[in-house]
Design a protein around this ligand. Structure first.
Ligand code: G1P
Length: 282
């Protein structure tokens, strides 16, 4: 619903809020494409037709850019997404939770391993994206992998929190997981962030997962069932995460991305330096 970003998201899908020059969801798509994923499934709400429109060719715009000789921009818009990418859409009719959203894609996913990206969680690494780091573990272990990060104790009610077992040979595995525990009940401060790679075993478990925290079908509860059957590995990824689902997190992500961006970086840096200098003397 994007309730943390209202009123900006009263009409606009929160995934379409721009980070400098592209919508948040395009970053997620680029991360997936960067690791070789070519089948993309968007689980969205009926009101979010704009997402589908963004990832479709726009003949009118392309023609106009061609007429005006704007070749570089034309290439940019033509490649959203790059040729060879297959985008499919599933409508989640009711907001019944993340587990339910993943289950909505069951028929399209089939009996295959798959990755889940929550676009709100923007994760930056200069050379190896979070998904890249996770796929390396997945390939080595041939098992599900969940991205985790340490969070302040008072923040455990915002996340799925994991308990780990460390095997010197096998690496860090999940021992248990609980959705949004109070700090005094949290098994650790290691929180799940929005990247998962699953073996096909998760889907049947999601089907029988009852409603949990917040009266929603929780992906976390299905993961808790999965670890009773299979190993689930943790990826304590390297990189910087921004939570774009809140206004403050979104603002920070915009500043970080604008500073890194080739076109805006140097001037924006100079602007911020000047601004901070002025604040100091006010
Ligand atoms: C979801 C998951 C939670 C996870 C979080 C990461 O929660 O249910 O386990 O830690 O994403 O961002 P949400 O943020 O949708 O409430």
């Amino acid at each position: 619903m994007g309730s943390r970003t209202l009123p900006a998201t009263k009409v606009l899908a929160k995934e379409m809020m721009p980070l400098v020059d592209r919508p948040i969801i395009q970053h997620a798509v680029e991360e997936a494409i960067g690791v070789g994923i070519r089948e993309l499934i968007f689980v969205t709400a009926e009101t979010k037709e704009i997402i589908r429109a963004h990832f479709q060719r726009n003949a009118v715009l392309e023609k106009e850019l061609a007429l005006r000789g704007k070749q570089e921009l034309l290439e940019v818009v033509r490649n959203i997404p790059p040729a060879g990418t297959n985008c499919r859409y599933v409508i989640q009719q009711e907001p019944l939770g993340l587990g339910h959203a993943v289950l909505c894609a069951r028929d399209l996913v089939g009996d295959e391993s798959f990755a889940v990206i929550l676009p709100d969680d923007l994760i930056y690494h200069e050379t190896r994206t979070c998904l890249q780091q996770m796929i390396e573990i997945y390939r080595e272990k041939n098992a599900s992998v969940v991205a985790v990060q340490n969070v302040p104790l008072e923040d455990t009610p915002k996340y799925g929190i994991v308990e780990t077992v460390e095997d010197a040979v096998a690496g860090k595995k999940m021992k248990s997981v609980v959705e949004k525990p109070a700090p005094e009940e949290a098994p650790s401060t290691l929180a799940i962030v929005g990247r998962y790679i699953f073996t096909p075993g998760i889907m049947p478990l999601l089907e029988t997962t009852p409603r949990g925290a917040g009266n929603e079908i929780q992906l976390t509860d299905a993961i808790a069932a999965l670890i009773r059957k299979e190993d689930v590995y943790l990826c304590e990824f390297e990189g910087k995460r921004n939570d774009c689902g809140s206004i403050l997190g979104y603002m920070k992500a915009n500043v970080d991305y604008a500073l890194r961006h080739d076109d805006t970086g140097p001037e924006f840096h100079a602007y911020l330096t000047e601004l901070m200098g002025k604040q100091g003397t006010d």
